[in-house]
Design a binder for this molecule. Structure first.
Ligand SMILES: Cc1cc2nc3c(=O)[nH]c(=O)nc-3n(C[C@H](O)[C@H](O)[C@H](O)COP(=O)(O)O)c2cc1C
Length: 283
């Protein structure tokens, strides 16, 4: 029998000393320019001191226009590196794996916070978000990769790409929200492309031991369980990720979609072939 106190290995990077992973938790304690505050440092390093095998930061935005909350941690500029270095160093000194979550809120960035209209795969009347041009999508991919490079330069063991909860990558994945008609919209393959490009970019430009995870929502936020399980399977089979983090909100729940009810939501994920990729959930 495996115990939650047993170590856990990954295809790349250090092992976890136990199987407790701190879920990413936004607490709005960073400075207005996204640099780390002493409060955020203390909050996170206390979790590492408390024994978590892996300590993940709150969502850190990869572009200024992608800020979702006041006091959010940033990773969109080299000025963030010194604070992140201090944080990664302390987390690792507790033998906790240090992971930074990369985020962009897309149309959920409040205009009054970012000082301009938020951006989205396609224009959204409700939020006033404008559609990204094709060149801007490429630039967004690049900024996720740059965020990962900054995290690596700061000494983090790896990053998690936030593709869940209705933020920009989830907006791209969603057939409801993403109305683009270029290579980043339309078919499932096209809607998945941005995330796959980010994964490829991070793998190409970060070191061979740098850990990479992706977080997805299996339902709500415009997600369809059948499509998400196909995408999850593809991500795990490609052997590019170290872990897939599925955000279920309630780990014992049944799916919302009627066609899938009668079984636990988590069973649809644990039954997928996952190769060497580790599967995680928050509860
Ligand atoms: C205050 C708060 C902040 C959160 N911030 C993030 C975040 O930055 N990134 C993320 O992926 N999820 C975030 N979440 C979701 C959590 O990581 C987690 O998936 C969720 O709380 C379910 O786990 P629980 O039942 O243990 O609370 C947040 C949740 C809460 C309550």
């Amino acid at each position: 029998m495996t115990s939650l106190l047993d170590p856990l290995t990954f295809p790349r990077g250090p092992s976890m000393k136990n199987r407790f992973m701190l879920a990413p938790l936004t607490n709005s304690q960073s400075h207005p320019d996204g640099t780390l505050s002493d409060e955020e440092y203390r909050w996170l390093t206390m979790r590492a001191e408390g024994g978590f095998g892996l300590t993940m930061t709150c969502a850190a935005h990869v572009q200024a226009v992608g800020q979702g909350f006041p006091g959010q941690l940033g990773v969109f500029d080299d000025k963030h590196i010194p604070g992140l270095t201090r944080l990664a160093e302390r987390i690792k000194s507790e033998r906790s794996v240090a992971i930074l979550q990369l985020h962009h809120a897309g149309m959920r960035s409040p205009a009054e916070l970012v000082g301009e209209a938020p951006v989205c795969p396609s224009a959204d009347a409700e939020t006033g978000a404008r559609a990204l041009s094709h060149a801007e999508v490429k630039n967004l991919v690049e900024d996720f990769v740059r965020g990962a490079r900054r995290a690596e330069a700061a000494g983090f063991d790896g990053v998690e790409v936030h593709g869940a909860h209705g933020y920009i990558l989830c907006q791209f994945l969603s057939a409801e929200i993403n109305q683009r008609n270029d290579e980043y919209g339309g078919s499932a393959e096209n809607r998945w492309r941005i995330l796959l490009d980010i994964v490829d970019g991070i793998r190409e430009r970060c070191g061979p031991d740098f850990m990479l995870g992706v977080r997805l929502s299996p339902e709500r936020f415009g997600m369809q369980l059948g499509e998400v399980t196909r995408f999850a399977e593809r991500l795990m089979q490609e052997d590019q990720l170290d872990f897939l983090d599925m955000s279920l909100w309630d780990v014992w729940k049944e799916p919302e979609e009627e066609a899938y009810q009668g079984r636990a939501l988590i069973d649809y994920l644990t039954e997928l072939p996952r190769g060497r990729t580790r599967l995680g959930v928050a509860d």
